[in-house]
Design a protein around this ligand. Structure first.
Ligand code: GLY
Length: 362
């Protein structure tokens, strides 16, 4: 009898390890008004430990929901249409209606489970619903894991203007479950690598070399290699944001490739990674002329190695007009992020007239 019981326990423990037994790394990071708990190498099921099901509402999209239906069993879940085109006010209205219908109140925690669009909408709604409720993220795309879920900037697009409406407010927790990457299409891996290459360009020359030595499929095949790259990037971004949460200085470096990138992203319906890759390419060329940067060719080669577009034809005048609406500008100038060397980004104020001349040469 005891033996049977013992065998039964073995079977049970093999099949379903206790949540508390899962290998997991927890790190806390203190921002201006809150401490955010990061759970690395974790599993989705662990969110039960962080938020009781009855006080949580998960926000996800059709793609994530369809691929991981079982995970959402028993959770209040709002499922949105996927895609950047839905990162708009109408979607926010729909979510708020559904929260009201679910009886969500100030004790509710919103959990965004998805890519950058979902984390942005969730963080934004959590910031305004009942003047602000608790929220956390389980990023499911590489881009969301290394960038979009981190930093507290959450918002929506207005027409071609990316992230024009939003707020900076940190989540209570971030839970990283790399098993979501198993079902991620290659184009989404490439999307994430654009932000990873950005981090390497502005902050981490050693990571730039590591990326040169590997190729995308190495990270797709090797879970440990991918997990350590993700953690390295999460830490790079977090460190920058902790040091300058409200973007008065060093946080601007994270905009490398984004000034032009954001201008062309919605204009040509590019993925975020494609758009900023083109933005990084032209910023590297500008750095060559303005900062005597010697690594432009290496940057372009690395972007191409990871399947990202570099030089592209685009309407420079229209892009310039959209860029004039950028949030990082004043009336006459804009802070452009350039590279002094691989691993060292710098903030370069540029007069609009100067920039317009440069754009004419693209
Ligand atoms: N949510 C993205 C950021 O704060 O940069």
């Amino acid at each position: 009898m005891t033996y049977v019981f013992y065998l039964l326990c073995l079977c049970v423990s093999k099949k379903a390890p206790l949540i508390s037994d899962l290998p997991m790394k927890k790190k806390n990071f203190t921002f201006s008004t809150t401490t955010v708990q990061y759970y690395f190498d974790s599993e989705f099921s662990y969110i039960e430990k962080l938020v009781p099901k009855e006080t949580a509402v998960i926000i996800t999209d059709d793609n994530v929901f369809a691929k991981h239906k079982k995970k959402f069993k028993g959770w209040n879940t709002i499922v949105l249409k996927p895609g950047e085109e839905y990162k708009i006010q109408q979607t926010v209205d729909v979510v708020i209606d559904q929260l009201l219908a679910l009886g969500a109140d100030r004790k509710t925690t919103l959990i965004g489970v998805g890519g950058g669009v979902i984390t942005d909408i969730t963080g934004y709604v959590a910031g305004i619903y009942m003047r602000g409720i608790r929220f956390g993220f389980v990023p499911t795309s590489l881009l969301a894991m290394v960038d979009a879920s981190i930093g507290g900037k959450n918002g929506i697009d207005v027409g071609v203007y990316k992230n024009m409406v939003g707020l900076i407010r940190q989540p209570a927790f971030l839970l990283f479950d790399t098993s979501f990457l198993k079902t991620l299409p290659k184009s989404e891996w490439q999307n994430g690598f654009a932000e990873i290459i950005k981090h390497a360009c502005i902050k981490d020359a050693a990571m730039f070399r590591l990326l040169q030595q590997h190729k995308l499929s190495d990270f797709q095949k090797d879970k440990k290699l991918a997990a350590s790259l993700i953690e390295r990037n999460v830490l790079i971004k977090t460190k920058v944001v902790v040091g300058d949460e409200f973007e008065q200085g060093a946080r601007k470096l994270l905009n490398y490739g984004h000034t032009l990138g954001h201008a062309i992203e919605n204009m040509y319906e590019l993925s975020h990674g494609q758009a900023i890759s083109i933005g990084m390419t032209y910023a590297a060329i500008m750095s060559q002329h303005l900062k005597h940067f010697k690594g432009a060719e290496e940057v372009v080669n690395l972007l191409e190695k990871y399947g990202l577009p570099t030089f592209a034809e685009f309407d420079t005048q229209k892009a310039f007009k959209i860029l004039m609406m950028d949030k990082k500008k004043d009336n006459v100038s804009i802070n452009y992020i350039l590279l002094e060397k691989i691993g060292k980004g710098v903030i370069q104020p540029l007069l609009f007239v100067q920039l317009q001349e440069i754009f004419k040469q693209f």
